[in-house]
Design a protein around this ligand. Structure first.
Ligand code: NDP
Ligand code: A1CAB
Length: 283
């Protein structure tokens, strides 16, 4: 089914590229059936064409009736304009996925055709290598067939979790933004490792392997992070000293707050977009 579909990204930035890379590398959908389009940056489309073998097409030259799945991938602030451009061009039964943080299926449904088939999606940049943790929440009118198509398509870029839309904000805080927390952690560990005399490249690989190992232990063994942490921690040993420093410096709280605030921001974006819609409707 998937190999016959044509997918168009509306927006060709970082997230679109991560998904394009994962889709092309999966070999489940031919690259020439993936289209990227954006607002104005033609050079960017040429780069994506050359790198992935996809088609970069200007928005005004896109044959909308040839597309099975549209993937909205612009910033949330640009969504209103993008949907205004789209609505005159698409049919009610064409599937629209949106990866935009904070943009609800209700918003998409209100701003596309009555009964438009939409799915809200939250991937992360590990899509690039087929390792995303991606959530989906279908809209009201989306058929089972299109939900299955969405799961198949996003299965090419990693694991897919079908969740209630009310949980999308916290999912965004955990997994959409999540890679950045680990990169932040790595930046700090790397600095400490190289200050102690390791070269940066070796330090980076050591940290990456340590994170991969810890993550795989959770995925492959039926054990909680607490039990695994305790196994590393010898009484009065090195880990106990490291964990105490983390606690003394607010490490646990900082991590909780990062997830909480990213989720709050996702909710805020929904509210701000909804408010701006009301303002323009009342003008
Ligand atoms: N980056 C991430 O880790 C994740 C991002 N997301 C979501 O992905 C979305 C995109 O983020 P990101 O890729 O980082 O953003 P970028 O700024 O990298 O890319 C935005 C893209 O949108 C295009 N664009 C803007 N307005 C329009 C329009 N009206 N019609 C068509 N294209 C338009 C821009 O085109 P041009 O350059 O020509 O102006 C550009 O290609 C966001 O909504 C974000 O919430 C979700 C999960 C993770
Ligand atoms: O920072 C952002 O808003 C986007 C959404 C999730 C990850 N990046």
């Amino acid at each position: 089914m998937l190999h016959e579909k044509t997918v168009a990204f509306i927006g060709a930035g970082s997230m679109a590229e991560a998904m394009i890379s994962g889709l092309v590398n999966s070999n489940k959908i031919p690259a020439h059936q993936i289209i990227a389009t954006n607002r104005s940056n033609g050079e960017r489309l040429a780069v994506l064409e050359a790198k992935y073998g996809i088609k970069g097409i200007k928005l005004d030259q896109l044959q909308f009736d040839q597309i099975d799945v549209f993937i909205l991938a612009m910033k949330p602030k640009d969504v209103e304009k993008a949907l205004n451009n789209l609505i005159g061009q698409i049919e009610v039964n064409q599937l629209v996925l949106s990866v935009l943080a904070g943009i609800t299926t209700t918003y998409l449904e209100q701003n596309l055709h009555n009964g438009q088939q939409v799915v809200r999606v939250m991937p992360n940049t590990s899509s690039t290598i087929g390792e995303s943790a991606t959530a989906i929440s279908p809209g009201h009118a989306t058929s089972n067939e299109n939900i299955i198509l969405t799961q198949e398509l996003l299965g090419c870029i990693g694991e897919v979790y079908t969740i209630k839309e009310k949980d999308m904000d916290i999912f965004t805080g955990l997994a959409g933004s999540g890679p950045a927390y680990f990169y932040y952690l790595m930046e700090h560990m790397e600095k400490q490792g190289s200050e102690a005399g390791f070269d940066v490249e070796t330090t980076r690989q050591i940290i990456a392997q340590t994170i991969v190992g810890a993550a795989k232990m959770i995925q492959e063994q039926d054990v909680t992070p607490t039990v695994l942490r305790e196994k590393v921690t010898s009484p009065n040993g090195t880990t106990a000293a490291g964990l105490k420093a983390l606690d003394d410096n607010g490490g646990g709280l900082a991590i909780s707050k990062a997830v909480e605030h990213a989720a709050i921001r996702s909710k805020e974006i929904s509210e701000q977009i909804q408010e701006s819609l009301l303002v323009s409707a009342n003008k």
